[in-house]
Design a protein around this ligand. Sequence first.
Ligand code: NAD
Length: 406
Amino acid sequence: MQIKPMIRNNICLNAHPAGCAANVRRQIEYAKKNLSKDENTPKLALIVGCSNGYGLASRICAGFGYGAVTVGLSFENEPSEKRMGTAGYYNNKAFDNEAGKASLVSVSLNGDAFSGETKAASFEAVRKASAKAGIPAKIDLFVYSLASPVRTDPKTGVMYKSVIKPIGDAFSGKTLNMMDGAFSISKAEPATEEEIFNTVKVMGGEDWELWMDALENEGLLSSRTRAVAYTYIGPELSWAIYKNGTIGRAKEDLERACRDINRRLTEKNKICGAWVSVNKALVTRSSAVIPIIPFYISCLYKVMKGMGLHEGCAEQITRLYRGRLYTPNAAQGAGAVPVDSENRIRIDDWEMRDDVQKAVIEKMEKITPENVFSETDVAGFKHDFLETHGFDVEGVDYDAEVNITD
Ligand code: NAD
């Protein structure tokens, strides 16, 4: 069969296996060129949320940039005779395939990261992978890169759903349809206390803490372990729906969890350190559905590309590793990691530069339906979105027949 993208309301319903594989290979080439291992770089990495976006780039950079053994966990649909797999399924497959060719040990697990069973299966996989590579079963790098709409609490069995809503006042903002450049107004009523609580349960830091505690109980941590989880802050114009909304509340809890992990583990010398890294706004499955963000990103990309500052996931994570977590001073430990006053790593520094933000805000004020294609990078947004699902990737023959279960 031939596969063409099926897109509804900034959500892509299918994926192209060959395009996903080509996209993974492109990021691998970038990581190989821009990172190199030394005695301080990770040898064994566990990546939770490894199949897409920031987690996929984190895995590629650890595996192909530093030669680390990688165990990756994600929650993706596998293909069947009747139904395609999700992009993340094909990304994982491509990653393992390329790792095999490069003699890198990799294991990809498909399961719900929030469940105790999946955590146990991941620990088992870490032990097996490290034994295969002949290295100690001690995780040097733990990346927590989940973006999930639901979570079942493993202790109570209660399922919580996250929502993207403002807190306090209703939100109304311009949203951009990347396919045709049409604007519409997106509205959201303020979240109830229950919705705020539920979103914190799903996207907050509780599960990250459960992972760290379980890893410690299993003896899989060491004073070399660096743990990182990702967040976004963004410009003030998005705060009503993001930073000051339900997701922002959950991200505050992620930072609270980071402080607690550092108190429990770093201060007792059980790990090197835990950090929340503030990353740049990028087009991923998750970000495309947040109101105002597609419009903002389309303007941001235009400005950052114009200034030669644009980065994708692989470039961001390369800078996170090379310039923050594993600098030439990494042997000095956690103190050598550059952080802001809140102990957060900032790789959103270029996005948040005053000159960049000023140019983006000015641009957003001038955009009309008539000039949206020439004055913003909505085309780049659309390309990146399609690419995330394996479409619009250079060098891929989209007229060729595809076997979806391959
Ligand atoms: P993404 O949608 O591209 O990837 C999410 C990953 O989580 C996938 O691998 C998916 O399989 C996995 N996942 C979801 N539910 C799971 C579950 N129950 N069990 C196991 N795996 C599960 O997301 P992304 O945009 O790369 O976001 C990753 C993190 O980075 C999030 O915490 C997000 O807030 C943060 N972040 C994103 C941006 C951005 O612009 N995209 C910017 C800054 C920070």
